[in-house]
Write a protein that binds this ligand. Sequence first.
Ligand code: SF4
Length: 74
Amino acid sequence: MEREAYLYEKLENNEVRCLTCQRRCVVSEGKTGWCYTRRNKGGKLYSLIYGEVSSLSINPIEKKPVFHFYPGSR
Ligand code: SF4
């Protein structure tokens, strides 16, 4: 899903600076940032992955706050 990003600032010449991560990409109109998940459309920055899962990992259950739920499982 596409949605206007929360973390960015507008610059001159319809460019924007994304503030989502430490790269602080300056994105020209019609272009995407380094990660390809943010695009400048008409001087506004849009997230192209809003609502999508961005990472997934399997961990031992003992790391979670459900320590006694199913010991030894993942
Ligand atoms: S466009 Fe992507 S890589 Fe660039 S600052 Fe934003 S989140 Fe980071």
